[in-house]
Unconditional design. Structure first.
Length: 304
């Protein structure tokens, strides 16, 4: 029996000590698909958010494992055969996404976008802005990234209220949001995109938020109803910072571009120098487990 074939989006030497007993090819199937596609047993997807990384799946007749480099798997989950193990990139983006979340939050509260525009106009204009200190932050989504965000929030003298899909010690269930929202100064979204979270932030959600509260979305764009957010921003009831949008790249005619009180970053939560060392470590560990016949980490099963 030939050695199982692994498709990687990077040179296997970057893994440090890739396991023996496996064959490796560096492939991005969104650009070209080699003839070896039917031999692939372990597919590490390129780091892309769109569905294109899953287009090759029907041709992978020997496939046993799909390992994504993203925490979310909504772009491929429905296309992975039932007998194939799907693993996400939990742990890869915790540090990078948590950093951006804090950057967006601080920049929005302290008015950094205004300072940048004023600098371009050579204007020196002071003024008072809200601090992050003493704020109650509602963290909607308390997985690995949520924990990393909390660890960075607490030194800023904040109170963090945790929310997840189901209740556990110290964590509210998502059903408690209506009573939690009115007391939150900052609401951070880091939930996965599922049928339960799609459109979670609608007019009703936004209407329950405290007057002038900040919404930060580092989850998925479709968690927020865009038209409802735009309406709330124009009404001045909330401000927002988003790293994701329901259509990406964000079209030039999107009303989000001109919405007041909104800071936009182009889905770069995981795109920093912190990503690749953590991606290489996770993939290396997964491949060693795969080669040894051991259980894999980050297996996606059921609703999550």
């Amino acid at each position: 029996m030939s050695e199982p074939l692994v498709w990687l989006p990077f040179d296997p030497e970057l893994l440090g000590d890739p396991p023996t007993g496996l064959r490796y090819e560096v492939v991005d199937p969104t650009e070209s698909v080699p003839d070896s596609v039917g031999e692939v047993g372990f597919y590490v997807t390129p780091y892309q958010m769109g569905p294109a990384v899953g287009d090759v799946l029907p041709r992978m007749s020997s496939l046993r494992v799909v390992q994504t480099l993203s925490a979310g798997v909504d772009n491929v989950r429905s296309r992975v055969p039932a007998d194939v193990t799907l693993c996400n990139g939990r742990g890869i983006h915790d540090t990078s996404t948590a950093e951006l979340t804090l950057a967006l939050t601080l920049a929005s509260l302290r008015g950094i976008p205004d300072f940048v525009r004023q600098q371009g106009r050579r204007e020196w204009r002071g003024g008072w802005r809200p601090a992050l200190a003493d704020k109650r932050v509602l963290l909607v989504g308390y997985g690995a990234i949520g924990e990393a965000i909390e660890a960075r929030l607490l030194p800023f003298e904040t109170e963090v209220v945790r929310v997840a899909r189901t209740a556990r010690d110290g964590v509210h269930p998502i059903e408690d949001l209506p009573v939690l929202l009115p007391d939150a100064d900052v609401v951070i979204l880091i939930v996965p995109l599922t049928e339960a979270t799609r459109g979670l932030v609608d007019a009703g959600f936004l209407g329950r938020m405290k007057e002038g509260a900040l919404l930060v979305n580092v989850a998925r764009g479709a968690v927020v109803v865009t038209d409802d957010l735009v309406a709330a921003l124009h009404a001045g009831t909330v401000t927002a910072a988003i790293d994701v949008a329901d259509t990406e790249p964000l079209p030039a005619d999107s009303p989000l571009w001109d919405a007041p009180g909104l800071l936009i970053s182009p889905h770069v939560g995981g795109a920093s120098s912190a990503m690749w060392p953590r991606a290489h470590r996770l993939v290396r560990d997964q491949l060693h487990r795969f080669a040894a016949g051991e259980p894999l980490h980050n297996v996606m099963t059921g609703e999550y």
